[in-house]
Design a protein around this ligand. Structure first.
Ligand SMILES: [Zn+2]
Length: 616
């Protein structure tokens, strides 16, 4: 008996050894008081940070990002962009031309731990802080930071006076603590691409000229007091008499805080459901752009309902669409995005993409710098589905242009795999087609491998199990494996770590004693299970399924036609043949993956006879 229970205990620990129970993450509480001078584009900040060390390690140093320092001539962002073959046109050589009144800076006057002044060392956009007292595992400490910042001319994401005239786009704007996680410190300097942060609470007051309206992360705590924001009926206004208003925001379970301010913001609030309101901040006017911001609102109510149903329930009480920044950029509970003067569908597409980052970045807090495909790719995949729902008349395959983007990447002479860190991509072309297109195809193609229904469950379970955490690729893989019952390591290894492609071909169709032999070849480096569809001349349709041996599993039949599961295909074999119990002359078409979810880089050889096969 004893021996049995000992084995039982061993099994129990072996089980949790592979579960999330050894997962930990740091926690932070920011309490910031910000005083903004809109005339000279500066602000002063006093911040109290309570930092919880949930790691098993003793910390003797901590680090902060000072992103505004990137907007100075000679910064890494400046130099990097000028040395890329295809620089971001928004940046180009603009940073090199900034004078002292136009640059951004983040000056930290002091960092205290408790009452003790700490030694700080600033290099570029990173500040190292040597602690007076180490932080033991499971303990917390309190920092007090005094800083002053100059808000740069808007060049990338943050800054003053953007192209649409928004006064302040305040993103990457405060001394932000670097994340320490299972992989160690993440001390990426701001070179241009993407972020990572510590989950926690932001309690922020912003004193600003009373003519301004603020929108961004968090929920406004004092709408009645300042006469702004979403005022519930029946409450009396209590306006503070001063040149400035103090806006008080709170946000829980977020890893960043962004805001924007302008004198001309129109602020509309739409109720999504009992839990969530959607807020819209955009320039007042009667031009086409303003009208598009109005028309956006109904579409986003529809979009959020669809997204809640398909990707997991949005967990915050509000989301804000804020005109600001450049292009579109995701932040917790908000996005800063440009308007669109030409088409409503254009601004809806952008708003859908950026708000989907609430799922794939805000709530599922993957490290965007290290795994850019896990937020951009996943958001793009979900955007395609959401847009197909909002605009069913657009028809066709919702992922079509995403696959075309991936095929362009495959055909280019790129040497950088999807696993490349965002800032390490040497071409913007590679970065964007990899992260967005190849990352989205990763998910769409996973639907082909494990089946659409299993993919749907995988995405919901992934959201549920990893919300407010920092999932890495293997965490997502384990969810998909458990849901599908299949082994998927091969897919992650091949798709993420190599530039190989999928290419299968029908080599020969041979008549043999009243039956038909089909010979297939594997040309590409990435193996796949195969769905084969046979259409007979009499109109009958039959499908065959060839499992990939190392998947150790069989997908359920996704078609309404009869299916025969053939013996599995070990990936090292270049050829495979199977027999159809029918005369060759009775066969009209044979096609590999007529659903076109498998990203076959050469479809010309997927059909017999060789011609375009349209399947309904
Ligand atoms: Zn994105």
């Amino acid at each position: 008996m004893k021996r049995l229970s000992f084995i039982f205990i061993l099994m129990f620990f072996a089980e949790i050894g592979f579960s999330q129970s050894d997962y930990w993450q740091q926690k932070i509480k920011y309490e910031m008081n910000i005083d903004v001078d809109v005339e000279d584009y500066t602000y002063r900040g006093e911040t109290k940070i309570t930092y919880y060390n949930n790691s098993p390690d003793t910390l003797r140093k901590v680090y902060f990002h000072l992103y505004f320092n990137a907007f100075q001539p000679g910064s890494q962002m400046d130099v990097r962009q000028q040395n890329l073959p295809d620089p971001d046109r928004r940046i180009g050589d603009r940073i090199s031309k900034l004078d002292s009144t136009d640059i951004g800076y983040q000056k930290v006057w002091s960092v205290k731990q408790g009452k003790v002044d700490l030694h700080i060392d600033v290099e570029g956009t990173l500040m190292e802080v040597v602690l007076n007292k180490e932080i033991l595992p499971g303990r917390n400490t309190v920092f007090y930071i005094n800083n002053e910042a100059q808000i740069p001319v808007q060049i990338r994401r943050s800054g003053r006076n953007n192209s649409e005239g928004i006064k302040l786009s305040m993103t990457q704007w405060y001394p932000k603590m670097a994340e320490y996680d299972r992989e160690g410190w993440h001390l990426d300097e701001y070179i241009s691409r993407e972020f990572y942060g510590v989950y926690g609470t932001f309690d922020v007051t912003i004193a600003i000229d009373r003519a301004y309206t603020i929108g961004g992360t968090g929920v406004l705590q004092n709408p009645q007091e300042i006469g702004h924001g979403y005022q519930r009926k029946g409450k009396k206004l209590k306006v503070v008499n001063s040149n400035k208003l103090i806006w008080h925001f709170k946000a829980n379970n977020v890893h960043d805080f962004a805001w924007a301010a302008d004198k001309d913001y129109q602020h509309d609030v739409r109720e999504l459901n009992n839990n969530t309101d959607l807020h819209f901040f955009y320039k007042k006017g009667d031009d086409k752009r303003t009208k598009n911001w109005k028309e956006l609102q109904d579409k986003m109510l529809e979009a959020f309902s669809f997204m809640n149903d398909n990707f997991g329930i949005y967990p915050y009480s509000q989301f804000s669409f804020v005109q600001g920044g450049d292009g579109g950029m995701e932040y917790p509970m908000s996005t800063l995005m440009l308007g669109n003067g030409s088409s409503v569908e254009g601004i809806v597409g952008l708003a859908v993409h950026e708000s989907l980052h609430s799922w794939y970045q805000g709530v599922l807090g993957t490290n965007e710098q290290k795994y850019p495909w896990m937020d951009e790719g996943f958001a793009t995949w979900a955007e395609n589905l959401t847009m197909a729902y909002l605009y069913p008349e657009d028809g066709e395959n919702p992922h079509k242009s995403t696959y075309l983007g991936y095929y362009r990447l495959y055909q280019s002479s790129t040497s950088e795999a999807l696993s490349t860190k965002a800032d390490f991509f040497d071409k913007n072309f590679d970065y964007s087609l990899s992260s967005y297109s190849k990352g989205a195809v990763f998910i769409a193609q996973l639907g082909y491998i494990i089946g659409q229904e299993k993919l749907r469950i995988t995405m919901l379970r992934y959201f549920d199990q990893w919300k407010f955490k920092h999932p890495a690729p293997n965490d997502f893989k384990r969810v998909a494996e458990k849901v599908s019952g299949m082994q998927l390591q091969w897919y992650f290894d091949k798709w993420i770590n190599t530039n190989q492609g999928v290419d299968y071909a029908i080599k020969e169709v041979i008549s043999e004693e009243g039956k038909t032999n089909v010979v297939l070849t594997k040309i590409g480096g990435i193996p796949m299970p195969l769905d084969i569809t046979i259409v007979f001349n009499n109109g009958d349709i039959k499908t065959y399924y060839i499992p990939l041996r190392m998947m150790r599993g069989v997908k359920t039949n996704e078609t309404k036609y009869p299916r025969e599961v053939l013996k599995s295909w070990p990936w090292v074999y270049p050829e495979y043949s199977f027999q159809i119990d029918a005369e060759k002359y009775s066969i009209k078409y044979i096609g590999i993956d007529v659903s076109e979810r498998m990203a076959d880089v050469d479809k010309s050889n997927n059909f017999y006879p060789k011609k375009e096969f349209i399947f309904n």
